[in-house]
Design a protein around this ligand. Structure first.
Ligand code: TRP
Length: 335
């Protein structure tokens, strides 16, 4: 057993990853996973995705595309334990056990659940709310506790879920004896939030995203659609308010960013600024796109990678679930 700090995080397998995700989440997480002093667990939270999506084809494809995306962007499955939640049935088993000691009141306080209730306004507050949504934090607690993670890096929106995980772990340990590590949360800075093509935050709910894996022509077309103000060529332009600039900065070196800043002062034409952004993104993305195309065409290879990750993950989860069963009194009559 290594004494390395165990860092674990999950990726919800829904949606099409965009360059905001790339700059803000994917690349920083891959970089963090290369830290030799930690043991990194990264998994595809495919059972979580069922909460929002009940189209089997989409569930399957998203999981596959997101796996290919992370590997294409540089995740090294030799350095990181990279697995699919659904390959580790112990997580589902633990979800039940934890659910049996989690108070309903704690779950009532979940932001995601409360937001769904609030949307119902004066109608039936339970309308459209599934037990999946309600139990989401318990499943997430099981994801984390199943591997005795020390640290869970997440975005601000997931902080409460990790705090609930801590509550649940403490409660279990108090009642049944020390089994679980009480995990710390580390909040990822929001440095990576990029504007979308309409200037609002890049988000799939605004339909303003630039997907990572567009082909070259479509990437160019998408960039040409970025909204600008009506300043003429030759007029100095503001960098802070410019989506083009802010996206550029997220991918450029300091030197290039400075150069573009000067060009803005000198009154670069919007068309030219877009062209520079396109060239930069194409340079950054084309190697990833090549990797992605290879991976997406080799489902068997991808499956192999995930199953080998699952094997490593099971080596960790098996002794822990055995401990849990013992602790709660679920064991063979001969034991
Ligand atoms: N709920 C997280 C999100 O939407 C994904 C996730 C699932 C997760 N299980 C996790 C993150 C366990 C950290 C640890 O982003």
């Amino acid at each position: 057993m290594s004494n390395k700090k165990r860092v674990l995080t999950g990726i919800t397998t829904s949606g099409t990853p965009h360059i905001g995700n790339l700059a803000g989440a994917i690349l920083p997480a891959i970089k963090a996973s290369q830290n030799k002093s930690t043991e990194s667990f990264l998994f595809l939270a495919d059972y979580h995705s069922l909460i929002k999506n009940n189209d089997p084809e989409l569930t399957h494809t998203s999981s596959f595309e997101i796996a290919a995306c992370w590997l294409a962007c540089g995740l090294d499955p030799k350095e990181v334990i990279f697995y699919r939640q659904s390959d580790i049935p112990h997580i589902m088993e633990l979800t039940w056990v934890l659910g049996c000691l989690t108070s309903k009141g704690l779950m009532n306080r979940s932001h995601a659940y409360k937001a769904a209730v609030a949307e119902n306004k004066k109608e039936d507050p339970d309308k459209g709310i599934t037990m999946g949504l309600f139990n989401y934090p318990v499943l997430m607690a099981a994801d984390i506790l199943m591997f005795n993670a020390d640290m869970v890096p997440v975005g601000q929106d997931q902080k409460q879920h990790v705090e609930m995980t801590r509550d649940i772990a403490l409660r279990f340990n108090h009642h049944y004896g020390e089994v679980f590590t009480v995990p710390d949360v580390s909040i990822e800075e929001d440095a990576g939030t990029l504007p979308g093509i309409d200037g609002r935050k890049m988000s799939k709910s605004y339909k303003n995203v630039i997907p990572i894996f567009l082909n070259k022509d479509d990437l160019r077309k998408r960039i040409m659609k970025i909204k600008t103000d009506s300043k003429e060529p030759g007029e100095p332009k503001e960098i802070d308010e410019s989506s083009i600039f802010n996206i550029y900065r997220a991918f450029a070196t300091e030197k290039l960013t400075k150069e573009l800043t000067n060009k803005y002062k000198e009154g670069i034409a919007w068309g030219e600024a877009k062209e520079l952004l396109f060239e930069l993104l194409e340079e950054k993305i084309s190697p990833l796109r090549k990797n992605y195309e290879v991976l997406i065409d080799d489902r068997t290879g991808l499956e192999k990678i995930l199953l080998s990750g699952a094997e490593k993950a099971l080596d960790v989860s098996t002794p822990i679930i055995n401990k849990v069963r013992q602790a709660v009194g679920i064991r063979g009559f001969g034991d």
